[in-house]
Design a protein around this ligand. Sequence first.
Ligand SMILES: [Zn+2]
Length: 461
Amino acid sequence: MKRLFANAMILAWEGENFRLIRNGYLGIENDSICYIGSDRPVETYDEERDFSGKLLMPGLINCHCHAAMVLLRGVGSDLPLDRWLYEEMFPVEARLTAEQISAGNALAMMEMIASGVTSFSDMYMEPETAILLNKDIGMKMNLTRVVQSFDPNERAEDSSRISESIALFESQHNAQNGKIRIDFSIHAEYTITECIVRGYVERIRPYLSKGARMHLHLSETEKEHRECIERHRLTPAQWFDSLGVFDLPTAAAYCVWVTEEDLRVMLRKGVYPIHNPSSNLKLGSGFAPIPKMLDMGLMVALGTDGAASNNNLNMFEEMHLASIIHNGYHRNPVIMTPETVLKMATIHGARLQGRNDTGSLEVGKKADIIAVHFSDRAHMLPAFDPINMLVYSAQSSDVCMTMVDGQILYENGKYLTLDTDKVLKDARCAIQSLYGIKNGFRIRRKLHGTCRSGISVHASI
Ligand SMILES: [Zn+2]
């Protein structure tokens, strides 16, 4: 099957930069891009579509998410981080069933597809539910079975989480034509013991040659960072490095409190920091030193985090925040450029996920493409500089097509691989059974008895 998208603005990629084609043609053969140019191709195509007034760009890559946490959207809002986590998140998560998580995953995928996300990296329980859903839905995802341990006497060989994360890698890595990738994962320094980290690294090191990668949380809050130094006389980044974790290509979410020495270690080891501006701002974690990281040459990517600390999975909003908050913080309006932010949301994300065949519009790459309305939106006129417009003006609702591997998942408000009525009905059922309420409206009540009685932390994430 050969498709031609005609008369489009195209955000192509050349060398290591974007190249904007004002009125161009993009050809797709099966799952890959076969032509990009400003002249009409001479070959014939089975189908041609007119994309006048629309911009074609690479699909957005949400590099740090807890997708099913859409079911906890709005729970515990406006509480201090510790209370939000221990009193509101953990008790609800301790009650989550696989069926509810599946409903949450479908709801999250529905939200992400409509806002132009073609691939995401997730860190949550029951990843098998997302794999099953994706047989029909068709996104790309890097999933994990997260390892954590609170028992100082637990040994790696007894950790069911370690065995499960390895079993998941062996059975599902590169499944569904490579759409599914499995990453190894450690939740964070404060939720694991040194003995478990050492044992985990030893057991997963042989998988490096099969494309194994690591996904973890790093120095999100000042308290986490300080307490790690008190415990280990090392920062979280230096502690993980000393235990060999960074010998795997590592994606590190947040990195708000990292030091200059941490950044040097991360650069040396090729660690990818993931910027989560909404979450950092909502939870009051602080401002990650993103301009410094970029300046040093670190490959920074972008993510939404879970909806509970955001409250949505909107990568356009993350791009906007990533572009402006650092200008304000540094009192420098050019410290972040729209081109850099777009790279963070696309090509850097693809590299972080180990997906070198996507993340940019180039001949030979997978057709992971989104289309964005430009001509008939009040907030998009005039569009003197489309790259600036994408970051500063565009809304996620401007996305009018989402395509993965040449398959259209979403077009003009309609989902082609997902039954929206069923997804919404299942999500409402999950919310009702989880909170004992109807229609998604919750009467605020105490949820945290279970947490203090000890169920929570061990069951979380
Ligand atoms: Zn997170």
